[in-house]
Ligand binder design. Structure first.
Ligand code: R5P
Length: 291
């Protein structure tokens, strides 16, 4: 197997290669003056089963194009197969037609990768797990709650309540809470598709310390609404945790202003709050599914 570090994810690619004790091929990449991507595979890959490690976090479209260029070039150079480790998958929030006439972006993205002959995709906490059974490419979705809980165990916690949000949140909170041996509760959230404003409702559990667990922090709107509710109910210390720290614009600052003690994200997306790593669980998945 040959591991390939795509331009978007060199840091996590190095971590994975070091855990696996494998060499890493770092793709030569530059941007032309007009912003087009230049890609070159600097080593022989003929006859090899290659694994590209490249997330599709912002700038998503640039990172996607890089994947398309890498996959096709590797196969053209004689690679036997190409798998993709995309720690964060873009466009997963547009997995269906919410309004008439919308593009079903994630399905289109999968269709292109399938046409390019990507054999398998590994990712972390996919936003739309319900799409996996109908995906044209097998998708292995690994769970970031495990390393998150391990990281939280290292912090001095005082009987916190784990608070989840959204449809998949309950399962996430349960996993983290059980690993920590604490209680959990779930909030319902609803986003206005046109204005983007989030409404959050939370059934209370009393306490003074809370760990909010979400699959991603994007604009921070959901996290901020939850922090406000928890503050109004007397919670003093609130940890804002997630798997994917997209943290768009000044969202981190606004989350701290709302009263968060700490923001904790994984390294699926390079960001300054990446406190724990998913490299190990991705390596485990690669080894278990290497067929
Ligand atoms: C919703 O389904 C997700 O779990 C997140 O709560 C949401 O995507 C976070 O987005 P934002 O940070 O923009 O509120």
């Amino acid at each position: 197997m040959k591991l390939i570090a795509g331009p978007a994810s060199t840091e996590i690619a190095y971590k994975m290669a070091s855990i696996m004790n494998e060499n890493l091929i770092k793709i030569d990449h530059k941007l032309f003056p007009d912003s087009e991507n230049y890609i070159r595979v600097p080593e022989k890959v003929e006859g090899e089963d290659v694994v590209i490690i490249q997330g599709t976090h912002p700038p998503q479209d640039r990172h996607l194009i890089q994947i398309f260029l890498m996959v096709d070039t590797l196969l053209d150079l004689g690679a036997r197969s190409v798998k993709l480790v995309a720690p964060y998958l873009a466009y997963t929030r547009q997995d269906k037609r919410f309004l008439d006439g919308e593009a079903i972006s994630f399905k289109i993205f999968l269709k292109i990768l399938h046409k390019l002959k990507v054999e398998k995709i590994y990712t972390v906490n996919i936003h739309c797990p319900w799409i996996i059974p109908e995906s044209p490419i097998p998708i292995v979705d690994v769970r970031g709650e495990i390393p998150l809980a391990r990281y939280l165990q290292l912090n001095k916690l005082n009987n916190p309540v784990v608070v989840s949000v959204g449809k998949k949140g309950v399962e996430m909170a349960k996993m983290v809470a059980e690993a920590l041996g604490v209680r959990y509760t779930a909030a319902q959230s609803e986003r206005d598709r046109l204005t983007g404003k989030v409404r959050v409702e939370l059934d209370g559990l009393p306490g003074s310390e809370a760990i909010i667990v979400d699959d991603m922090i994007s604009t921070g709107g959901t996290m901020i609404e939850l922090i406000k509710i928890l503050k109004s109910r007397g919670f003093k210390k609130i940890y804002a945790t997630c798997i994917h720290g997209l943290l768009i614009g000044d969202s981190a600052e606004r989350i701290f202003n709302a009263g968060a003690e700490k923001i904790i994200a994984s390294d699926t997306i390079p960001n300054r709050y990446a406190e724990y790593s998913v490299a190990e669980i991705l390596v485990k998945a690669l080894k278990n599914n290497n067929d």
